[in-house]
Ligand binder design. Sequence first.
Ligand SMILES: [Zn+2]
Ligand SMILES: [Zn+2]
Ligand SMILES: [Zn+2]
Length: 482
Amino acid sequence: MKTKTVAIATLGTVAAIALGYAFYFDQKRRNDPEFRRKLKREKKKSAKKAKMSAENIKQKVSETLEAGLEAVNEETFPTSVEDKEKFFMAQISAGETLCAQGEEHYFEAAMCFFRAQKVYPSPVELIMIYQKTVPEPVFQLVVGMMTLEHQKRQDGFYESFPPEDMHVKIGDIEEGQNGEGQTVLRKGLVATQDFEEGDVIFVEEPIVSALNSQLEGGDFCNYCLKHITADKVECANCNQVVFCSQSCYEKANEEYHQFLCTNNKTKDDASSQEQAFLDFSKEKNVKYPYLIARFLATMVHDEIEKAKSGVTDGYSSWDHVDRFRYLELTPTPQNLKELSLIKELLGPKVTGVDEFLTEERFLMLKGKILFNAYSVQSISKGDKEIEKSTELHRESLPDQLSVGSALYRATTYLSHSCEPNTQIEFADKSHSLTVKAAKPIKKGEELRTSYIQLEDKNTEQRRNQLAELFQFKCVCSKCETD
Ligand SMILES: [Zn+2]
Ligand SMILES: [Zn+2]
Ligand SMILES: [Zn+2]
């Protein structure tokens, strides 16, 4: 603790000296013409020095914060609500006492407020309280530690994802230059080993998926989207959805169906929000409102599981989706209608949905789904007649029917190519997605898929379709050489 306190004290002294000097400097500059001339000569020299000293200060602050963050993160935190509350109160009171003891205790005080923040359910709200109640330097230290922690978490994401056994990593790929001549980087999926044509690269379960609304309640599983050929499992409370197995039913209920069930078997209330939501989806033949509602419910489920296990690190579904690219959407009447239906559906059951789901965030979430969702093409055309949904998704298999859409963690990072080196399959006829090598692939090579059905479209047709649907100009090797 000693060294950290010293570092902070040193910083304070440096700042005080700098201020005093600036004042003296300003007086001189105004009154002495000789000094002014000298000043110009000195300016160049000192600019370099000043920069170094500012960096020095910055470096010291960041070392101090780093040390504080490390120390706090080695501690264990209470998990039960009762213990959290006790811990929170104790830290706040210790922090206040330390603040009152003077500047040399500011760092320790900040550590207390930072610890308290770790068990508080809504850290952002707490920060606003701190800003009004805690001395400014202490507040800056707390914010500094929070920022550093957030930054570390952000930086660590692509180190822990995808896991090694997926045989891919997410890399920065150069894609031309922007108007100012700077290299444009985008994220892409890169092979971490060689593959032969036909090799399975990885199989992935979605973050969330949804059936084409026309198929809901028929012979397709509401959870895994599988075509049910044996016995169906029905929901105990509604007759609107079916499942391929007891396990799919249980998972669906736990993750989202408990919030979306119309309960029309047990409740005699045909005008419920749940029913209105279902009717809207069927009438408009859309599945994305359900996909979004399920995603929000899944987020809540993630948080509950996290709280139960007491594990606060690790990345949630939101951490994944937050990093996805998205299409810019405008608040059309249909989009706004979907937003209000989702709010009416989840608002009464999930605390915080109203605040979280602003118009802006909703449009972004939908824009992410539109750009990144894959069509689940699990049955042959001709096996089923369904009206195609007009919602956008990546769809590449010309002979397979789309039964729904799903959003994936890693497959999302596959870039488009009109001459792809991978092929997507739904091998077990559910929403489990398999990425296979369509040609030999070398370690370090970028993996690409096609977002559209290529068939025998020419370059202009492909480019037009991609530009219209996905809002980009294809510059893949095939398009560039044709
Ligand atoms: Zn299933
Ligand atoms: Zn139900
Ligand atoms: Zn192309």
